[in-house]
Design a protein around this ligand. Structure first.
Ligand code: MN3
Length: 208
């Protein structure tokens, strides 16, 4: 079964003024659609099936390196699927509940977490992503960045929050000012969605 481009859960202009409508439309209809199409092409005849997280995880555990087409486009598909859902209009603010407690436990404070995440996003050279992930092995949260479209799923981690720092994600509005885009991102983070991801993370199982 082919993977499909998911609808955005809000309008293209819903994240204004922090992320502009034109960027959102191009990002969704061109970039994410492109990863989706190329992922389906890359999967043809490989025998991989099931959810994208399991495909990325198991392909990366194989004795042979994960094929570039699957790595780039499978990662691109999965990363953007998450990205749209962890943002929303009228969001921002602070994490709460169990997620906030886990952030304090693993980063000392919400502010220290933010600093750590911003640094990961700002220092990723070239294209990539900043992540807040859940590591099932230790049951803890981690922040790091990945290059290109590499996904935390490939390493067996559960992505909870991701920020796309490819220039296509911000260049129309922010040009070279990636730090301004990173700061603006906090105004659109859907912490309720991130909390849902966190609550579900310990139950995630990769299919064989
Ligand atoms: Mn992107």
């Amino acid at each position: 079964m082919a993977f499909q481009l998911p609808d955005l859960p809000y309008a293209y202009d819903a994240l204004e003024p922090y992320i502009d409508a034109r960027t959102m439309e191009i990002h969704h209809t061109k970039h994410h659609q492109g990863y989706t199409n190329n992922l389906n092409a890359a999967l043809k005849g490989t025998g991989h099936e099931g959810d994208i997280a399991s495909i990325l995880y198991s392909a990366n555990q194989a004795d042979t390196p994960i094929p570039a087409g699957l790595r780039n486009n499978g990662g691109g598909f999965a990363n953007h699927c998450l990205f749209w859902t962890v943002m929303g209009p009228g969001c921002g603010g602070d994490p709460s509940g169990d997620l906030a407690a886990a952030i304090r436990r693993d980063f000392d404070s919400a502010d220290a977490f933010r600093t750590c995440f911003e640094r990961a996003a700002a220092t990723r050279f070239g294209s990539g992503w900043a992540w807040l992930v859940y590591d099932p092995a230790g049951g803890r949260l981690e922040v790091y960045s990945t290059a290109n479209q590499d996904s935390p799923w490939m390493g067996g981690h559960v992505p909870l929050l991701g920020l796309d720092v490819w220039e296509h994600a911000y260049y129309l509005k922010y040009q070279n000012r990636r730090p301004d885009y990173i700061k603006a991102f906090w105004n659109v983070v859907n912490w309720a969605a991130v909390a849902d991801n966190f609550a579900a993370a310990p139950e995630v199982r990769f299919q064989a």
